[in-house]
Write a protein that binds this ligand. Structure first.
Ligand SMILES: [Zn+2]
Length: 262
């Protein structure tokens, strides 16, 4: 009997340790997409992505700090930060998660909705949690959670996700994005997704299931290789050669109906 009690106590302890190891973080690294000469989005886009990502990121920073978390920003002004630097900043943190904030764009103005990316398996619950929270709050199309090998997701050694907060090339979503209270709501929902992560694991299983469908339905591996071939993923190069490759990527996307803006 005593042995059984001891065993149960040990089991309970181990479960608690495992849960804590998986869910405990004290720092959130917020990565506002693009910046400086890198406006984000696609050529000719009216609402600059870099402005929106920074605004939502700064709002998110305040919410998380108020909730008692330590926040590290990869940028907090309109400057260009290379992807390698963003990753290095993230990897220098302990007990941390990495959250990239982006907005989507597509040549087809009808493309809309929210999607969240992850790469490592350990990042999947966080991606699911953020996706659920943001979609629920935004009330728009749920494009699902997707696994993709973006540079910033592959090279980070802490749980890392990239949330696409809607399409700035979609009239409705761009109109919303321009409203400060909507951006505040986006930030609040991202924060909710980050902070609720442990409790949401079970509930996000359906989101993850749908992500597998999404991943299978599109040639994401090819795109990953395209991105891996370059030194950076989120367009960050300075050369005209890069411009050419971006153009090429856009064309590819048109064909594959993948609308993300990376
Ligand atoms: Zn972006």
């Amino acid at each position: 009997m005593l042995r059984l009690v001891r065993f149960l106590a040990l089991l309970l302890f181990m479960t608690a340790v495992a849960a804590r190891a998986q869910t405990r973080f004290t720092t959130v690294v917020i990565d506002a997409g693009h910046g400086g000469f890198d406006r984000g989005g696609i050529p000719g886009q009216l609402v600059p992505e870099k402005v929106m990502t920074l605004d939502v990121s700064l709002r998110l920073k305040k919410i998380l700090q108020d909730a008692g978390y330590r926040v590290v920003m990869t940028r907090d002004s309109d400057v260009f930060v290379p992807l390698g630097t963003r990753v290095a900043i993230a990897n220098a943190q302990r007990n941390a998660v990495f959250v990239c904030v982006h907005f989507n764009s597509a040549p087809r103005s009808g493309a809309n909705g929210i999607e969240t990316y992850f790469y490592s398996t350990e990042s999947a619950p966080l991606a699911g949690s953020i996706q659920s929270a943001v979609v629920r709050g935004a009330g728009t199309e749920n494009r699902g959670v997707r696994r993709r090998g973006y540079f910033v997701l592959r090279r980070t050694n802490i749980p890392a996700v990239l949330v696409e907060c809607g399409f700035l090339t979609n009239q409705t979503e761009a109109t919303f994005a321009k409203i400060p209270t909507y951006r505040q709501q986006l930030a609040q929902n991202i924060a909710r997704g980050i902070l609720n992560r442990p409790a949401l694991e079970a509930r996000t299983s359906s989101t993850n299931r749908s992500s597998r469908v999404n991943v299978g339905a599109q040639p994401f591996l090819d795109q990953r290789y395209i991105r891996e071939a370059g030194p950076t993923h989120h367009r960050s190069s300075k050369s005209s050669k890069k411009k050419k490759s971006t153009k090429k990527k856009t064309t590819t996307k048109k064909k594959t109906t993948s609308d993300d803006d990376q």
